[in-house]
Design a protein. Structure first.
Lengths: 370, 358
């Protein structure tokens, strides 16, 4: 009968083994014989458990009573199981795992799923969660963040009272035209320290402006543009979205790949940084567009903010402006400035979204080329 | 019988461990399993886990016999479902009821010893060599002392970290059994402090290198951009901190694998198994750290495709450096253990044992 395979036979509870052959006999009986042909064991196919096929691993047939037969001949084992009319466990999976074309297809599927996860699922889930986070939580988070920043980076403000009053007046004027209204945002003054000329928004509506930023301002509309930009961050809960995105990406990776070992964690650091900045650039573009819309409602020109951005850029990096960056949180300044200037005449097409190239088209700019 | 006699007379035999997995083979298994996990929304990942573990265990050979992994994917699926439920419960309640965070910490502290015991026991009982199963026997209380009390002490007082590491290693090794016989390790606390001191020296050296390195890279990239313009990778001066963090991550991985390797050498190297057996581990800390860091870099450069090769490369080196030193009678030992095992009945994972580890 076909389906005779070579292997080793172990008696119940014995560590020593003898060379043996297994064959399928009539009535679905598995028979094990030694080299001389003497029968070592016989068992009905249904009572035998066989390990699933995987790569070149030894196949093992557990017989009732504790005896076992082992073989390295995986194809032979499958033929034997077929003759015994028994389920060839792992045969299909093993075939998939063996074929290079299937590996290529799997790669494609994984890439597509990964792209969908990163570009659609994560932003949507993060936005959903961020907009439903309780104000209490947002408030606590904001307080903690500001406390931490005060300790390591920021200093108390040295801005004269008159300047503070003026900034507050402009701030209220912008807030009245923004989504959250005058009660939705709060302006806070700080010395910039290492953060330099800067402004940023916290989840609960607190907007921090550094003294150094104020020093750069030449026209009222410039700082109004900045305020409108930061208010958009508050409206969309961008800060919270970033927190959720930072949690969702590794969680998804762990669920899909089933691995949280050190190797994969370190391997994820740099892509993680690039991904974070890609998410972040989207928020900045959105805030620029929203801010421009707010300014137009106030009958001011969004291009004033572009003047401010480029003035700061030149003072930080010299005449040519700062070179474009691969991993920066903000889109490159010349691009932002050009967009803001174009916004003077009315809304323009949404900024290029490198996460969703099918909507806005893809260019090498998405990889940092200019 | 002749060789057994020689063994009885006390000439120790060193049995090497060998890993026979191959990168190109594992690559296909890995990518197919990832794709199947993705298609089934993560459910298949339990089966993927079993196949991966079987591949690595089954390709590890000691004295010409491979280890075997027997876990059922269903149990791993249940374990993961429990873990995911806990995680979701935790995440949602922390977002919507902030005060509950403290409560969760207590729940976790109470559940941790049980979770640890359960998953270590699950892995041990599902692993065998020459049909003899491993086992893990520790009480909730012992796990509580090791993982909760000592870990809390280490968080409170950093100087206790090496000592806590020793407590964890003792707990893990000394409660493992093979064929009913106990593993036992013991080493002086001074040795582990020396290793951590060495790790600290490496940290200081790396810190200097990382700061200089990221500053140098920024300068170099800026210069390159001035010359090459659009054809260079744009890294600006403003990215110094990001580069610093990326390099710091690699440095941390280097130090932690360096220290882990030396500690493993120490704790495994001092481990005995009743009946005249001793384990040995002689990996080079620098070599393992080098493999881990270059693996991480290659994974990044290949957009993740190098990952399966990285695992094989590490396993191949790591396994080669383990060995079993035999002064007793291994065949006799295995036969006896098998007899004892079948007398108790094939003891498989208990009802409450699940594979929790992701």
């Amino acid at each position: 009968m076909s389906g005779t395979i070579e292997g080793r036979f172990f008696l119940p509870a014995a560590a020593r083994h003898v060379p043996a052959r297994a064959s399928a006999e009539a009535d679905r009986i598995l028979r094990i014989v030694d080299e001389g042909g003497a029968v070592l064991a016989e068992a009905p196919a249904l009572a035998v458990t066989v390990t699933a096929r995987l790569a070149k691993l030894t196949r093992r047939f557990d017989l009732p009573g504790g005896a076992r037969f082992e073989t390295d001949d995986n194809d032979g084992a499958d033929a034997l199981l077929r003759a015994l009319r028994k389920w060839r466990r792992g045969r299909f999976t093993d075939r998939l795992e063996r074929a290079w074309p299937i590996a290529g297809l799997s790669l494609l599927v994984s890439l597509l799923a990964g792209t969908y996860f990163i570009s659609q699922a994560v932003p949507i889930a993060a936005e959903w969660l961020a907009l439903r986070t309780l104000p209490d939580v947002a408030h606590t988070m904001s307080e903690q963040t500001l406390l931490a920043l005060d300790r390591v980076a920021l200093r108390p403000t040295a801005l004269p009272a008159a300047d503070q009053a003026k900034a507050a007046r402009l701030f209220t004027r912008v807030a009245a035209h923004a989504k959250g209204g005058t009660a939705g945002y709060r302006l806070v003054f700080r010395g910039g320290g290492v953060l330099g000329p800067n402004a940023f928004a916290l989840p609960d509506g607190t907007i921090v402006m550094t003294d150094q930023l104020w020093a750069f301002v030449k026209a009222d509309a410039e700082i109004e543009g900045v305020f409108a930009h930061e208010m958009s961050h508050v409206d969309h809960a961008h800060q919270l979205q970033r927190v959720y995105e930072a949690t969702l990406v590794p969680a998804g990776l762990a669920v899909f790949t089933g691995d949280m070992s050190q190797v994969s964690q370190i391997g994820a650091i740099l892509p993680g940084i690039i991904l974070q900045s890609a998410y972040s650039r989207r928020f900045e573009s959105q805030a620029d567009d929203d801010g421009a819309a707010t300014l137009r409602r106030m009958h001011e020109k969004p291009s004033h903010m572009a003047d401010l951005l480029q003035r700061i850029d030149r003072s930080v990096c010299g005449k040519e402006g700062c070179p474009p960056s691969w991993i920066g949180n903000h889109p490159d300044t010349p691009l932002r400035a050009a967009r803001l200037r174009a916004e003077d005449k009315g809304p323009i097409a949404p900024a290029q979204d490198c996460l969703r190239p099918w909507k806005t088209g893809i260019s090498l700019r998405c990889l940092g080329w200019d | 019988m002749a060789e057994s006699l020689a063994q009885l007379e006390g000439a120790p035999t060193v049995l090497g461990v060998e890993f026979r997995g191959r990168g190109t083979e594992y690559f296909r298994i890995w990518i197919v399993n990832v794709a199947l996990s993705v298609i089934t929304l993560g459910i298949y990942s339990a089966w993927a886990k079993v196949r991966t573990q079987r591949y690595f265990t089954g390709n590890t050979f000691l004295d010409g016999h491979s280890f075997e992994y027997h876990a059922s994917a269903w149990r791993i699926l249940v374990g993961r479902a429990i873990a995911l439920t806990l995680f979701l419960g935790y995440s949602l309640s922390v977002v919507f009821v902030p005060v509950s965070a403290g409560l969760w910490l207590l729940v976790l502290a109470a559940a941790l010893p049980w979770l640890a015991n359960s998953s270590i026991r699950f892995n041990a009982r599902n692993t065998s060599w020459r049909n003899v199963r491993f086992n893990f026997e520790a009480s909730y209380f012992e796990a509580f002392i090791a993982y909760v009390v000592w870990s809390a002490a280490a968080i409170a007082l950093f100087l206790l970290i090496p000592l806590t590491r020793r407590v964890h290693d003792y707990f893990y090794i000394n409660h493992h059994r093979f064929g009913g016989r106990a593993f036992k390790t013991a080493f002086p606390a001074g040795r582990i402090y020396v290793i951590y001191l060495l790790g600290f020296v490496v940290i200081v050296a790396l810190m200097v290198a990382v700061i200089a390195g990221s500053a140098g890279l920024v300068v170099l990239a800026t210069r390159a951009h001035d010359v090459l313009g659009r054809f260079s990778i744009p890294i600006g001066r403003q990215n110094f901190m990001l580069l610093f963090f990326a390099l710091f991550g690699l440095g941390a991985a280097f130090v932690s694998s360096f220290v882990t390797t030396l500690v493993t050498n120490l704790s495994i190297g001092r481990t005995t198994l009743e009946g005249g057996f001793r384990l040995s581990s002689r990996a080079s800390g620098l070599r393992v750290a080098w493999i881990v860091v270059t693996n991480a870099l290659l994974i990044v450069l290949t957009a993740g495709l190098y990952y399966p090769f990285a695992r094989i490369r590490l396993a191949r080196y790591r396994m080669r450096k383990y060995a079993l030193v035999v002064t007793g009678d291994l065949d006799g030992f295995t036969a006896e253990a098998l007899g004892a095992q079948s007398a108790i009945g094939e003891e498989i994972a208990g009802f409450f044992d699940f594979g929790f580890g992701l």
